[in-house]
Design a protein around this ligand. Structure first.
Ligand SMILES: Nc1ncnc2c1ncn2[C@@H]1O[C@H](COP(=O)(O)OP(=O)(O)OP(=O)(O)O)[C@@H](O)[C@H]1O
Ligand SMILES: [Mg+2]
Length: 251
């Protein structure tokens, strides 16, 4: 393994849904301790691409390499085994993923839906995750054992991130982490994303908010109609330029 090799490489990824070509030969790279923004208009293919990386969707074509080695990801447990954890803002989406990645949803739901799984271990993981959050990332969740509707969106995100770190995630993927958060909670989550690098984590963030993208990302990849049309270092670009890739004025 060469150290200058990207942590993750997705190569030539294509996926169609019936007649819709959601992704066309997409290449995506994620470096070590890098925060990558994945942007594009509605329907550009962002969620589909990251669902392929998490194993929730199987691509028609293409390959995924981690540390330069080809890997097989056909199920969320494969990606989790490889240190990839996805966090979703819209909790209704999580039903498609393994119960272990849903732990943070809260006591009631775990009891009702995941009663077959070793709840005590999971509780310990949550506890350790919260400790990690508090000690390493300086985020405190006042009532982590409350049912999910009593935690704010930002707190749920923070718990999920804490767990991902506890599970030694190498890569954390966030699809629209700030979409339904208030201003203050956004700031906290953005700060938390920045601090993840100190935990040896790489992050992929999907967002429509250019201000957020430019505040946390090192690099931005732009999808348009299922193709990568731009790949820029943030230090070398501007939100105007990225928006012009998104709309097709450039690229
Ligand atoms: N399960 C599915 N079945 C059929 N079509 C799908 C499915 N998932 C995605 N698509 C289609 O694939 C395309 C890409 O969708 P995707 O959800 O990846 O877009 P996105 O970039 O995440 O958009 P948004 O910003 O709105 O979340 C869209 O045309 C969408 O309608
Ligand atoms: Mg999406």
């Amino acid at each position: 393994m060469e150290m200058n090799e990207p942590l993750i490489q997705m190569r030539g990824i294509s996926k169609s849904f019936g007649g819709v070509e959601a992704l066309k030969e997409v290449d995506l790279q994620l470096g070590r301790q890098e925060v990558l923004g994945l942007v594009g208009d509605n329907g550009a293919g962002k969620s589909t691409l990251i669902k392929i990386l998490t194993g929730a969707i199987t691509p028609d074509q293409g390959e995924i390499l981690i540390d330069g080695e080809k890997v097989k990801i056909t199920h969320p447990r494969d990606s989790q085994g490889l240190g990839i954890q996805a966090i979703y803002q819209d909790l209704s989406l999580v039903g498609t993923f393994d119960p272990p990645s849903n732990l943070f949803l809260g006591k009631e739901i775990i009891k009702r839906r995941f009663g077959l799984f070793p709840v005590l271990d999971k509780k310990k993981m949550l506890k350790e995750g919260l400790k990690t959050l508090r000690e390493e990332l300086m985020i405190d969740i006042p009532n982590p054992y409350n049912s999910v509707n009593k935690l704010s969106g930002g707190q749920q995100q923070a718990v999920a991130i804490g767990r991902a770190i506890y599970l030694k995630a190498k890569v954390i993927i966030m699809d629209e982490p700030t979409a339904s958060l208030g201003v203050e909670e956004c700031e906290k989550i953005l700060d938390l994303i920045k601090r993840l690098k100190t935990q040896d984590c790489s992050v992929i963030v999907i967002s429509h908010n250019m201000e957020h993208i430019f505040s946390v990302c090192d690099r931005v990849s732009v999808l348009r109609h299922g193709e990568i049309v731009g790949d820029r270092a943030v230090s070398d670009s501007s939100s105007t330029e990225i928006v012009s890739y998104i709309t097709g004025a450039k690229g």
